[in-house]
Design a protein around this ligand. Structure first.
Ligand code: TXA
Ligand code: MG
Length: 350
């Protein structure tokens, strides 16, 4: 398949591009597009055959449901069986934005979209290109992250092209994604609501709406055979660059010393090592290919840079990637969740 790549300026949206891409979705095709979290791969959420093509293009496991994207509040009602009071409060506060809410689904959601579950995840993105596209499509848009299954989600159009060129009808290129990790997922089918995936809306932010909101404990730590997260997608190895990733955790000076020592051992064997560092530490590594995510005082920036940094090691011929750890609070919870999954929970204590 030939993929059309269309660039768009978020500040001056070309209506003809949006109309063309919207029509492709409406008629059962696939369009990759920017959102504020990561690039998404969209299809008509109400068309089972169209949704199937998403699974094929990504190589995605069939039991992993998709998030349905809407462009306005009034598009929610037909998709869900009920809207609990707490969901209204969450929507008022965090939509449009990086939050997906899991509702009991209505009968119009096909099994292909919900992977046979009785629930459906819905999100109203804040990115204006995304919302214009959904509006132009005239249908709710099912969209997973626009990567080959298992790879880090794309936050720049180049990564999207790398993974999906030749497999989708259109790729819309916009700016680098502002948040950089996927939406927070919160399940309101039970009370208190449970966070199934940490993301752009932090636990602290959620608790300003209801202090009983909590994080699904199974996603914070890998717990052998009973590792059964409520979001099916959270059980898969994910966000993985080609080389294995190991996280080094502990007091900063000890982390630096241990990473330097490990890198030296690899170099002695003739191997190259990548290091994911921060502005505060990047000059302290004697060897290895060092990439800084940014300053620890700016977790938003670190979050935004994470996935492209993981991807950047793929063409640097490294045998291993060592990453510093981050404190698990605020955005750090989402960053560590993605890093731990990229590392297959391989954490070394310094
Ligand atoms: O930020 C985002 O959410 C991006 C952009 C494109 O909007 N989309 C995204 O989709 O991250 P995806 O498919 O990569 O991740 C969806 C996650 C998976 O872990 C899936 O298992 C979970 O959402 N999920 C979807 N529907 C669910 C449901 N009904 N119940 C529980 N988990 C659900
Ligand atoms: Mg994904």
């Amino acid at each position: 398949m030939e993929t059309k790549i269309l660039y768009i300026d978020e500040k001056n949206i070309d209506k003809s591009v949006i109309e063309e891409a919207g029509a492709v979705i409406r008629h059962g095709g696939l369009v990759a597009f920017p959102t504020e979290t990561v690039y998404g791969l969209g299809a008509n959420a109400l068309d089972g055959a169209a949704v199937k093509k998403i699974f094929e293009a990504k190589g995605r496991p069939q039991d992993n449901p998709l998030i349905v994207h809407i462009s306005d509040f009034d598009e929610l009602a037909p998709l869900v069986a009920e809207v609990p009071e707490i969901a209204r409060k969450l929507m008022d506060r965090f939509w449009p934005g990086p939050m997906t809410i899991i509702f009991k689904k209505s009968l119009i959601i096909p099994d292909e979209t919900s992977a046979g579950l009785e629930s459906v995840g819905v999100r109203m993105p804040s990115n204006l290109v995304a919302r214009a596209l959904i509006k132009a499509a005239g249908v709710p848009v099912a969209a997973p992250s626009a990567n080959i299954s298992g790879r880090p989600s794309p936050t720049e159009v180049g990564s999207c092209i790398e993974d999906l060129s030749g497999k989708v009808d259109i790729i819309i290129g916009g700016e680098k994604c502002e948040v950089g990790v996927e939406s927070s997922i919160i399940d309101v089918t039970d009370y208190p609501p449970c966070i199934l995936r940490p993301g752009g809306v932090t636990l602290e932010m959620f608790r300003t709406v209801d202090e009983n909101i909590y994080i699904d404990p199974s996603i914070l730590n890998k717990s052998g055979a009973d590792f059964k997260p409520k979001a099916p997608g959270m059980k898969y190895r994910h966000y993985a660059p080609k080389a294995p990733v190991r996280i080094v955790q502990g007091e900063p000076e000890k982390v630096i010393a241990l990473i330097n020592e490990m890198v030296q051992n690899y170099i002695n064997e003739g191997k190259r090592v990548g290091i994911i560092a921060t502005d505060e530490t990047k000059d302290r590594y004697e060897n290895g290919i060092v990439v800084s995510l940014g300053s620890r005082s700016d977790m938003d920036r670190i979050t935004r840079n994470l996935f492209e940094t993981l991807r950047s090691f793929d063409d640097k011929d490294v045998s291993l990637i060592l990453s510093e750890a981050f404190e698990e609070k605020g955005k750090g919870i989402a960053v560590m969740n993605r890093l731990k999954k990229a590392a297959g929970f391989d954490i070394i204590k310094a």
